[in-house]
Design a protein around this ligand. Structure first.
Ligand code: FES
Length: 117
């Protein structure tokens, strides 16, 4: 069982279509909305990742930030978050940003948002 299916098994997820894989340039970040939630989608090679598109330190969109060495740097105070997990990697941020599972099904990229959200 991979991480995505383990998370899906642990909680009921609604999968939201956010585009085609080619809509997400390798090494970049792209903003989408899924279930009314702003989400930053990252592509690193064949891997896709999704984080809440709001810094936990202030009112800044991570999708306006900079991707570097597997992290997204917040554009406001340069806090760092791990793209894969949302964990903090550099101050001033102290709280992880929420991550969401991503899957590609039938050629479409889907982000899993808990059904209760
Ligand atoms: S708002 Fe993101 S680091 Fe301060």
């Amino acid at each position: 069982m991979n991480d995505t299916s383990a998370l899906a098994a642990a909680q009921a997820l609604d999968w939201h279509d956010v585009g085609e894989p080619d809509d997400f340039p390798d090494g970049a970040v792209w903003p989408v909305i899924a279930a009314g939630t702003p989400i930053a989608v990252f592509r690193q090679g064949e891997a896709l990742h999704a984080l809440h598109d709001l810094c936990t330190h202030g009112n800044a969109r991570l999708s306006d930030g900079y991707v570097e060495n597997g992290c997204i740097e917040c554009p406001l105070h340069q806090g760092l978050f791990d793209i894969c997990t949302g964990e903090t990697r550099g101050g001033p941020v102290t709280e992880a940003v929420r991550s969401f599972p991503v899957q590609v099904r039938a050629g479409r990229v889907e982000v899993g948002v808990p059904a209760a959200d």
